[in-house]
Design a protein around this ligand. Structure first.
Ligand SMILES: C[S@@+](CC[C@H](N)C(=O)[O-])C[C@H]1O[C@@H](n2cnc3c(N)ncnc32)[C@H](O)[C@@H]1O
Length: 577
């Protein structure tokens, strides 16, 4: 069924499309810029194509039926990648948890009246991110107007930004669309708000224009919004502090019991009512909480992640605690190349944890936040073969190994980590159903790692270390593993420079975290390939995982480290596929 809000949304999109069809539609939306000669020229080279909107039906067929009843023919459904990615980022959920379909529709009476509908089944949206439906309906972030260009895209881009006060808002190239014309390029803009029209514009044209796209994406950072953007960057640590304080005072825990007023929250957290009122307003702005009727607040999906039962609350404590204090010394890290952490505490962070059991536990739990998001997908991508022995090197408290052992009842696992970490981990797995298949070994991965493995895991270990140390860790794995073993390296990847695409992933900020805290770095695929080769492995393939993570699959090369023959005990030759 289509709820009345969605019916209304589709009716509005159809009405706008009917209104905009025709040669002068761009002039129509140009508002105070409608008299510019250039705008008229651009309008003559830009055919209105569609109005896009997002709805939450029971099923995609409900959208088709509604459009058919409204006099529209619909195309085959296509899976969306761009809108799905944006929604996943906005709500902090894995992309895989969202089904987003695209339905293109054109009016039977005038084929130029086009509507593009993004449809997310309501049950899927509510399951993945409770509150998404209401948020999207309230803010209308995904609606846009689209034109197809026949003229020069660079000229069009300049007219839009210089003559129509539009702000570049990303773009892309899809080689799979319009294949016979060399693919399709898309430029996105944010436009001055015009009463009743979406504030996002899309210009598309056949062909690939890498220089135009690069200039457009670059200028997004330099556009008239730059001062505002700079101010919000400078205020970035206020956001991190506010979220950290929300965790410290247990704000999201009390809101987890149900909607509360600022006064209730202040009372239950033992804080100043006026200050909490203002904090809640800022947390609303950040999307952590949402304001309901009767001056009550509730957690958004983001706020729910900050409750004490979520490892993200431990991550927040780490980032807002020792790591935040270390970041004050970031200038020293940039000047010397040595970690800000060691400047602050006089010792590197893993040694610091070894001396402080409580902080170490918080760190180990904090690692679970991301590991939980990738563990299931890894188990799905690699059906670990029955009888295999999985060795998780630097496996922390065993979250990843636990997911693998639960999912694969015929698989056994060894958790390998430093003494203080593996001791804690054993206790955590004591009552688990897979206990008889789980063992924990303490040691130092620079010296030696367990030798009986068929599949070795290095999850978010290598990015903690410099190249030289990585080769030492990998070489220890290479010495331990037999010819038929496999090594799975889980890491984020920096883009290889030659793609020229802007890096909007989480990898670049995390590279700074590695510089400040661990002394390691994030790397490109080819940089990991080089390290693996040096240690006697061959990088075979890379597969994506949620939250910008990847699994790099490597196998022992014929020669061992630095060209020496491998010396590991031969394994039975299990393959993780
Ligand atoms: C960033 S954590 C990753 C934890 C886990 N693999 C995950 O992905 O959630 C890095 C791990 O390496 C471990 N580690 C650091 N130095 C080590 C060493 N010399 N030998 C063994 N483990 C070490 C740390 O204790 C920590 O658990």
């Amino acid at each position: 069924m289509l709820e009345s809000q969605d019916q209304q949304r589709l009716k509005i999109a159809i009405g706008q499309a009917q209104q905009l069809v025709g040669r002068d539609s761009l002039v129509h939306v140009a508002g105070e810029f409608a008299n510019e000669e250039d705008v008229h020229e651009l309008a003559s080279e830009a055919a209105f194509n569609h109005v896009a909107t997002l709805v939450f039906p029971d099923s995609v067929d409900d959208v088709r039926s509604f459009l058919a009843e409204s006099g529209f023919d619909t195309s085959a459904t296509v899976a969306s990648t761009v809108v799905r990615n944006r929604l996943a980022r906005r709500y902090g959920v894995p992309e895989e948890s969202l089904e987003v379909s695209i339905i293109l529709a054109s009016s039977r009476s005038d084929a130029q009246v086009g509507v593009e509908v993004f449809a997310v089944p309501r049950s899927c949206a509510e399951r993945a991110a409770p509150g998404m439906v209401a948020d999207e309906r309230a803010h209308d972030w995904e609606s846009h107007l689209a034109w197809v260009l026949t003229g020069d895209p660079e000229r069009a881009r300049r007219i839009c930004t210089e003559k129509m006060a539009m702000v570049p808002d990303g773009g892309g190239y899809n080689p799979h669309q319009d294949v016979e014309s060399g693919g399709r390029s898309v430029l996105y803009f944010r436009a001055p708000v015009r009463e009743g029209l979406p504030a996002r514009f899309e210009l598309t044209c056949a062909g690939h224009y890498p220089d135009v796209l690069a200039a457009h994406i670059r200028s997004g950072a330099e556009a008239p919004g730059a001062p505002t953007k700079l101010l919000s960057i400078l205020a970035g640590h206020w956001a991190a502090r506010a979220v950290h304080v929300a965790v410290e005072i247990g704000l999201c825990d009390v809101l987890g019991q149900g909607p509360l007023t600022a006064g209730d929250v202040a009372q239950q957290t033992d804080c100043d009512p006026a200050a909490v009122d203002r904090l809640l307003r800022y947390l609303t702005h950040l999307g952590v909480v949402r304001r309901l009727g009767e001056n009550k607040y509730s957690n958004t999906p983001l706020g729910a992640l900050l409750r004490a039962d979520s490892p993200f609350s431990d991550l927040t404590r780490m980032y807002g605690g020792e790591f935040y204090d270390a970041w004050r010394e970031f200038a020293s890290a940039v000047r010397t190349g040595h970690t800000a952490f060691s400047h602050k505490y006089g010792v590197e962070h893993f040694d610091y944890f070894a001396e402080r059991p409580t902080t170490a536990r918080t760190f180990d739990r904090s690692m679970q936040a991301v590991t939980n998001l990738v563990a299931d997908e890894l188990s799905r991508t690699f059906p670990f073969p029955a009888g295999a022995m999985v060795v998780d090197i630097g496996g922390g408290n065993g979250t990843l190994l636990r997911a693998i052992l639960r999912e694969n009842p015929e698989v056994s696992g060894i958790l390998f980590d430093r003494e203080h970490v593996s001791c804690n981990a054993v206790a955590e797995h004591e009552d688990a159903s897979y206990r008889s298949r789980f063992s924990s070994v303490a040691g130092d991965f620079f010296a030696e790692v367990p030798g009986s493995g068929d599949i070795y895991l290095l999850s978010r270990v290598l990015h903690d270390w410099n190249d030289e140390d990585c080769v030492r860790i990998l070489a220890a794995c290479r010495r331990a593993c037999g010819a038929g073993a496999e090594l799975l390296v889980l890491e984020r990847l920096l883009p290889d420079a030659e793609t020229g695409a802007p890096d909007i992933s989480l990898t670049a900020p995390w590279d700074m975290q590695m510089l400040a805290i661990t002394g390691g770095r994030e790397r490109t695929r080819s940089e990991y390939g080089t390290l693996l080769t040096k240690a006697g492995f061959r990088l075979d393939e890379v597969r994506p995982l949620p939250v910008d993570m990847n699994v790099l699959v490597a196998v022992p090369a014929a020669a061992g480290p630095d060209g020496q023959p491998g010396s590991g005990v031969p394994s039975p030759g299990f393959r993780a596929r």
